[in-house]
Design a protein around this ligand. Sequence first.
Ligand code: ZN
Ligand code: ZN
Length: 546
Amino acid sequence: MTKNKLRVVPLGGLGEIGKNMMAFEYEDDIMIVDTGIMFPENDMLGIDYIIPDFQYLLDKKENVRGIVITHGHEDHTGAIKHVLDEIHAPIYATKLTRGLLEVKLSRSGQLEKTQLNTVQAGDTIKLGQFTVEFCHVSHSIPDGVALGITTPAGFVVHTGDYKLDHTPVDNWPTDYAMLGEWAGRGVMALFADSTNADKPGWTPSERVIDPAFDQVFSEAEGRILVATFASLISRLQQVGNAAQKANRKMAFVGYSMRENAKMARKLGYLNLPDDLIVPIDQALKMKDNEIVLMCTGSQGEPSSIMGRLSAGTNRQFSLKKSDTVVLSSHPIPGNEEMVFRTINNLFERGAKVIYEPISSVHVSGHASQEEMKFMLNLIKPQYLIPIHGELRHLHQHAALAKEVGIPSERIAVIENGQAIEFEDGKLNLAERVPGGYVFVDGSSVGDIGKSVMRERETLSKDGFILINLFHNGKSNELVRDPEIITRGFVHLKDSEELLENARDQIYDVVRNSNGNLKSKMEGRLKNFFYDQTRRRPMIFVVVNKV
Ligand SMILES: [Zn+2]
Ligand SMILES: [Zn+2]
């Protein structure tokens, strides 16, 4: 325990886009801000998603006074069930965010045992020695908040995700007056969203995409499928508005899309009349030009509806040549290749595909450079800690801060796991804690370590070789010629010589081995194949005792 110091430990979201999570610690009190996931990159084979490594908190989990969630996006909420598996602390969130968390927790069977508390912009709560205030910020989902956290070591502000949209879809702009009031108290440190730090200017209002949607809807002759994140509630509203104007009915496809929409409508954050919404099986029976299907999969995730449609593996329905597909989102850095491959596949299946550079069917939910400078000038923090972004975004945010007059020694560009401490109003770097990736693959968490990832990489690059041996232990002889099966390694016909030489190696190992045939064989063949081909296929030797 460090006395009189505010410790801040970024566990995710600093140095990457996604899996946002941060711990604030003062003496024996800890509060967590956000518990997000990140989508896997292309080369993370078979991984469903990635959660923050929060083992730092496990030793002191009884100190965690609360988990505050800034808004309902996956990169802030998606890891909640994994965190609650380990840490039993009450959750604080605004009404919509809470509703979306409920959808998640009821799916994971944790709803009953979780203490969920609803807060609203303007509220104040106490978590141990922390006093947390909530300020409304506009974003691409309603009910997002920034946090003003009063600690015995000073007052800090965490922006969450925000943009300064004067005409947001929910008509609720960022609360500048409250931010100004916070600034008046003197802000020791600002933790601010950096996602768009390399985008000049001001992010356009969400409203600008309405005309683009109207045009797509007026031109489409068949079905319209719109893909976006299931938590991009504002976008669901905009698609619903366009559908009404075009006399189309709207159906939500997939569990998270359906349940999130249901929850947001129930709570009044999604204003769609009952007669607009039809269940998917009914929609599929209607005329093509009468429906809009809202799907997940704007990032090309293979398990999503759009991923399956593009691969031709969706069970309930397939793509039609007359379909118009709208990808209403921007590829998250790292996902570009997967998104473009999905777009290519959709075209190949005959659909008309509309995506961001072609038509403005998406606008960012994050502040651009001028808004970030506005925030800095408004809050006037002693220190800036750029958050939410890859290293290039964090550094760019730092450069903007220098432009508005914050000296570089009061800007801390840090990555996940680098703890910082504030004492007597001064920031110091503290120790590094784990802050890496925890892979989630289907239902298994964390078992998919680096070695499994390496195996998958090997298989995908160099293939494998299976050697089937029939070995008589008494005479130490092979009773049959070894069977050699390869996949993804060499073309058998062109490699007769290589495999003949491999057979010689196999007989040689048998002759000179006395026990432990399998591992000796694997070791020898690994070296042999590498010497011969400079590749490292995965090698399995099966020894059948006869
Ligand atoms: Zn967000
Ligand atoms: Zn975010």
